[in-house]
Write a protein that binds this ligand. Structure first.
Ligand code: ZN
Length: 390
């Protein structure tokens, strides 16, 4: 395989803010990698290194066994880890990736870290929990900025997803303004470089994609909290979601000046839900839905997808359902409540969060009466999760 040659790094001011780009040469073809940044600061500054491009293309390169040559500076610590520990980690997690060599035109030592922390805000349980845990001096660092990144999360059908993306952006701006924080939005075409590669789905790769966008903000941010989806107590090397290895992966993406933290990994999903269930700013804005765009263009949460159902059952068990009546369709949930509870019981062995949720509703009026057919369904769910993880 020919190498990726990253060259022609440039940045220009645009009406929205700043556009970073470079050419990605691979043998005879050239593709442009583009990151468009918008944000609340009056002047948006480009990063001093090309760390964002290296982290963005690191997995596509390992998946294809392409070495990377970069005609721009890379932070010394990141360059070392990208040639060593990062590759060793991904080799354990995804055995089919191939070793590669990474060269940069120069490598800089660390600059000072000023402790400016930012975190992604999607409106979900994990990101609300991160805000609560870092509120007013409660955490190690105060969160000074909220971000939204389009690195592939909004799906491939751009037209269908545009309204949802816009709604997420407006929600981010409103919350940032209300709480006196800065905000940043980064739009990228990074997804194009993952498309068609083996095991390159968003779920399997999102930490690297988001870290890459965060590194594009290096001139404004020094610490980036990636809200954990799993707790330390979860089994790290099982399943398909890359978040499982975040506690090991994120320290390896540090540049010296820029640090990543796994925010909220000390809490389980249900502990976070309990925390968020009494947090007033979340009542009307909580957004956990994973349904396709057409099911949630009018409402924030479809109230019927697996994630909506699980969250609603948890809120119900905590006696907090009514507070979230503007975020969900509670009538629809009540119609499906028994079926939702049955699925949780049946799938209790498929994931830790399901197991925890089952324990929460056991012995309450929410506990379903399980028939033989329901148990059978559980076996199927467990099997499907095992096959998916292969
Ligand atoms: Zn949903």
């Amino acid at each position: 395989m020919t190498e990726f040659h990253l060259t022609g790094f440039r940045h220009e001011k645009t009406a929205e803010g700043l556009r970073l780009s470079c050419d990605v040469r691979d043998g005879t073809s050239v593709r442009e990698l583009v990151y468009s940044i918008a944000g609340s600061p009056s002047e948006l500054l480009p990063p001093q290194s090309a760390d964002w491009a290296l982290v963005g293309l690191f997995l596509p390169a390992m998946m294809q066994g392409r070495s990377i040559k970069i005609d721009a500076p890379i932070s010394r610590e990141l360059l070392y880890n990208a040639n060593n520990d990062l590759q060793a980690l991904f080799k354990v997690w995804r055995p089919r990736v191939k070793p590669i060599k990474i060269e940069a035109s120069s490598s800089d030592p660390s600059f000072a870290n000023e402790g400016r922390m930012a975190t992604g805000f999607s409106g979900g349980i994990d990101s609300f929990a991160t805000l609560i845990l870092n509120e007013e001096g409660a955490g190690a660092n105060e969160i000074g900025a909220l971000t939204i990144f389009d690195v592939g999360a909004f799906g491939k059908d751009a037209a269908a997803c545009e309204p949802i993306k816009e709604r997420s952006k407006q929600r981010l701006k409103q919350l940032a303004e209300k709480t006196g924080r800065d905000w940043f939005a980064v739009d990228t075409n990074l997804d194009d470089f993952f498309r068609g590669l083996f095991q390159s789905s968003f779920q399997r790769t999102h930490t690297m994609r988001n870290a890459s966008a965060a590194l594009a903000l290096q001139s404004h941010v020094d610490i980036y909290g990636i809200s954990s989806s799993f707790a330390y107590t979860d089994n790290m090397f099982s399943g398909t979601d890359i978040s499982k290895i975040d506690p090991i992966l994120l320290p390896l993406l540090t540049t010296g000046a820029f640090r990543f933290v796994s925010a909220g990994a000390s809490l389980s999903r249900q502990e976070k839900t309990r925390l968020v269930s009494t947090y007033e700013p979340a009542f009307d804005t909580l957004d956990v839905c994973i349904a396709a765009a057409e099911f949630r263009s009018d409402v924030t949460n479809c109230s019927n997808c697996p994630k909506c159902r699980r969250t609603l059952v948890a809120l119900d068990a905590l006696g907090r359902l009514e507070s979230f009546k503007n975020s969900f369709d509670l009538d629809l949930y009540r119609e499906n409540r028994e079926a939702a509870a049955k699925t949780i019981f049946a799938a209790a062995n498929a994931s830790m969060s399901n197991r925890e949720l089952r324990d929460l509703i056991k012995g309450t009026e929410l506990e379903p009466k399980m028939g033989l057919r329901d148990h059978f369904k559980g076996l199927k769910i467990k099997l499907r999760a095992k096959v998916k993880a292969l």
